[in-house]
Write a protein that binds this ligand. Structure first.
Ligand code: FAD
Ligand code: FES
Ligand code: FES
Length: 483
């Protein structure tokens, strides 16, 4: 049985819903129709709800916004789901709802519950409202009629009431309920005819379950996997979630490596990652939306083995290693060797990624990452690259150049690297490297970009790296002419 709260109601699911999303459960089982379905693929935010999770470190509630269309019911173990129906306090609207009314933040209203829930989460997680952070909080919500100015204006004015809301007043009670659910020792499970969903709490339980069910699929944030259920209408027989495995969410620095547990979400690890690799700030900020980053994990971004995944590009350039575990056996593998071919990885049956180890190289300050996509935020890459050249006495000592969305797997540009290594740091050398990219890649054409476009952009990104690193006034002006 999987137990969780929906608003103030305890829900226990045992024999239905192994493949059911939270959105379906809310709308069809609980008849809570305030949460809307727009795209069913994580893009529009109409289905946004707030999740309150009990932190095992601080024993307090952590609030985050999530797309209910991308969340499986089985992964709600010991969490509180807050929906738009539950915000009002007696006959009073919540401050975020009042602000939406007062600032005229709604027209047709379809997107409004999703916006309200994103604003509510912001209300619970910020003491001071600011334009930049609000834009980030609302970046995963689309509105096609009102326009964003009044909604942002509502967000800027909703924090001023100063009175505790009902969630603050009920906080202790909620903590006790979730704490009791967490204390139960049996592994939470849903069994539905032929389908099952397990939610282990330790990596030993996870390893054992995977040995017993070698056919099982691991599910982490579900932001890739649930698309198979929603969009490809696939039934997945056995699912094993890592979302309650706390040991796999730790983030630490040891032996010159930043070690990120495979089940840590982007929102959990991004500040440590950016502190240590400041040049990643833009790429992370453009990775999905806040709702997606609150759910998705680094392990999922790697194991999904998508040619357009962003993080493997950075991780390959840093010579990152992965800890893979099967039962009690662990092995370490260079991430470059993990990707075999389109969507094929080195994972064996019953094996999973336990953690990701990124070397803290001295020259990481010269690493640059570029993401080219049709839309600046919340969009998949047409081309993504990580470039790091070590230059000494005006000679290129070593080059690390990796591209995503250019081949069936994220891949190092070996010919380009060879064309640069040992050569002088000049524009002529860079031109040779640009030419060599033609030997490295024959990209496909699709709706994100033609083959010719991708090749041209990849060459220009290498030139951009050269111009940015030289950073003379003339080179900075030239950058505007490329990409
Ligand atoms: C709206 C939207 C925007 C997106 N934007 C981006 C973007 O900008 N850049 C980008 O790269 N991706 C993007 N994605 C894709 C997706 O969010 C990422 O790939 C994400 O990191 C997947 O992580 P997850 O935890 O949700 O994985 P899941 O969906 O849970 O799993 C993905 C795959 O990995 C396997 N898996 C997960 N964890 C493990 C583990 N520990 N060991 C072994 N196998 C495992 C699963 O079995 C599954 O096959 C986007 C997706 C959506 C829906
Ligand atoms: S319905 Fe569009 S994000 Fe969920
Ligand atoms: S109010 Fe109509 S889509 Fe936003």
């Amino acid at each position: 049985m999987i137990e969780f709260l929906v608003n103030d109601k305890v829900c226990a699911v045992s024999d239905a819903g192994a493949n059911t999303t939270l959105l379906e459960y809310l709308r069809e089982d609980l008849r809570l129709k305030g949460t809307k379905e727009g795209c069913a693929s994580g893009d529009c935010g109409a289905c946004t709800v707030t999740l309150a999770c009990l932190s095992s470190e601080t024993q307090s509630l952590e609030y985050l916004s999530a797309n209910s269309c991308m969340t499986l019911v089985g992964s709600l173990d010991a969490k509180q789901v807050i929906t738009v129906e539950y915000l009002e306090d007696g006959s009073d609207l919540h401050s975020c709802q009042k602000a939406m009314v007062e600032h005229h933040g709604s027209q047709c209203g379809f997107c409004t519950p999703g916006f309200v829930m994103s604003l509510f989460t912001y209300y619970k997680t910020h003491d001071v409202a600011a334009h930049e952070t609000l834009k980030e909080a609302l970046g995963g919500n689309l509105c096609r009629c009102t326009g964003y100015r009044p909604i942002i204006s509502a967000g800027l004015h909703m924090l001023s009431s100063g009175n505790p809301d009902k969630f603050e007043r009920n906080c202790d009670e909620t903590i006790v309920s979730l704490g009791m659910m967490k204390q139960k020792t049996e592994i939470p499970v849903i069994v539905e005819n032929e389908k099952q969903f397990f939610c282990p709490r330790t990596s030993d339980q996870l390893a054992q379950l995977l040995l017993t069910h070698p056919e099982a699929r691991v599910v982490a944030g579900g932001t890739d996997l649930v698309l198979e259920i929603n969009q490809s209408l696939r039934d997945i027989k056995t699912l094993i979630s890592v979302s309650s495995v706390e040991e796999m969410k730790t983030i630490s620095i040891s032996d010159g490596h930043l070690i990120i547990g495979a089940a840590a979400t982007f929102s959990q690890f991004q500040s440590t990652l950016i502190d240590n690799f400041p040049n990643l700030r833009e790429l992370i900020g453009r990775f999905g939306s806040l709702q997606i980053r609150n759910q998705c994990t680094l392990g999922g971004n790697i194991a999904n083995a998508s040619p357009v995944a962003d993080m493997p590009v950075f991780l390959i350039a840093m010579n990152t290693t992965l800890t893979l575990r099967r039962g009690e056996d662990r092995r370490t593998i260079l991430i470059e060797d993990f990707f075999k071919s389109y969507k094929k990885t080195a994972l064996k049956d019953s094996e999973f990624i336990e953690d990701i180890r990124i070397p803290m190289l001295k020259n990481r300050g010269t690493l640059k990452l570029y993401k080219i996509s049709k839309r600046f935020e919340d969009d998949i890459s047409s081309v993504c690259t990580a470039i790091n050249l070590e230059i000494k006495d005006n000679f290129i000592q070593e080059s690390n150049i990796v591209f995503g969305a250019m081949a069936e797997i994220p891949k190092r540009a070996r010919h380009c690297e060879e064309a640069l290594n040992g050569k002088s740091w000049t524009e002529e050398t860079i031109s040779e490297g640009m030419q060599a990219l033609e030997q490295d890649f024959s990209p496909i054409s699709d709706f994100r970009g033609s083959s010719e476009y991708r090749l041209e952009v990849s060459k220009n990104l290498l030139l951009r790296y050269f111009l940015e690193r030289n950073s003379t006034p003339e080179s900075l002006i030239r950058i505007t002419q490329y990409v």
